[in-house]
Design a binder for this molecule. Structure first.
Ligand code: ZN
Length: 286
């Protein structure tokens, strides 16, 4: 058991990842009176510029993109009632193979120990009971997500503060339906069977997990409106548009349960579980 307020810390790579992967839990746990801390590691400079213009294309001004995305992040945090937003401010490394991978100051080029020391300071300050980040493949292989995973694992090991640590995931059983719904609203996604075959050569490249490898299923459909509004706050990023085009009802139906793998635990809470704070809550006396 824990004295004082329970604390959730989510460590994400870019502005908007907090909404897409953990908007439901951030909203739900804030509503339960749990302190929520979001750490965003990069400035998102490699995101879309106005009208969806990509880095390196004419009209992509990284400084302007950073400013827009920071304002969007603050709006998203307001919607989700995030208690504390912390920015590590590393340069966005872009997608795998982009020149930005090697930009001085990029998150990908930053030694893990250096960034982990900064995150460890935040863990010392906030003393999170539960920490959430990406899996070792960064959910889908983005270098900054992989780096966020490495940095979080190193900071958690160095401080030994979080009682529970989770990796975000998605049930493969739901991925086909999600892809189908996204195609309905115009997303240009590869045929799922072809995509699976192409990825089968790369171990660990498949997104998500079989249901029986997912330890933790958190019901967040009551917070669908906040999840949706948080994503809408990041409207400059074209990747979010298809979620928004689905409309709130379909979005809530598809995204109403957020799923995790419990990577470390000191509570002994039985698995599978439906609450990131299982084993940490005060049991009423009497
Ligand atoms: Zn990201």
């Amino acid at each position: 058991m824990v004295d004082g307020p329970l604390t959730l810390m989510a460590v994400h790579a870019h502005p908007d990842d907090e909404a897409a992967g953990t908007g439901g839990i951030l909203a739900r746990y804030a509503a339960e009176g749990i302190r929520t801390v979001l750490v965003t590691c990069t400035d998102g400079a490699c995101g879309d510029g106005p009208g969806g213009v990509k880095p390196g294309e004419q009209g992509h001004d990284p400084a302007a993109v950073v400013a827009v995305r920071q304002a969007e992040l603050e709006a998203s945090c307001a919607v989700l009632n995030v208690t504390h937003l912390e920015l590590l401010g590393y340069a966005d490394s872009g997608m795998q193979g982009w020149p930005a991978n090697d930009t001085p100051g990029s998150f990908w080029r930053t030694p893990v120990a250096e960034a982990a020391a900064r995150l460890a300071e935040l863990m010392q300050r906030y003393r999170p009971d539960v920490v959430v980040t990406y899996d070792a493949n960064g959910f889908y292989g983005h270098p900054d997500h992989i780096q966020a995973h490495r940095v979080t694992m190193a900071a958690a090991a160095a401080t030994d503060i979080p009682a529970k640590l989770y990796w975000t995931t998605a049930p493969r059983s739901k991925m086909a339906e999600l892809a189908a719904r996204m195609r309905e609203v115009g997303a240009d996604l590869p045929d799922p069977e072809q995509a699976d075959a192409a990825q089968a050569d790369t171990p660990g490249a498949l997104i998500g997990l079989p249901d029986d490898e997912i330890s933790t299923w958190v019901e967040v459909s009551a917070f669908g409106g906040q999840q949706f509004a948080a994503l809408a706050a990041h409207a400059s990023q074209s990747d979010n548009i298809f979620f928004l085009k689905m409309g709130l009802d379909t979005f809530t139906e598809l995204m109403g349960t957020e799923t995790f793998v419990r990577a470390s635990d000191r509570t002994g809470a039985a698995l599978p579980e439906d609450d990131l704070f299982a084993g940490l809550r005060q049991v009423p006396e009497g």
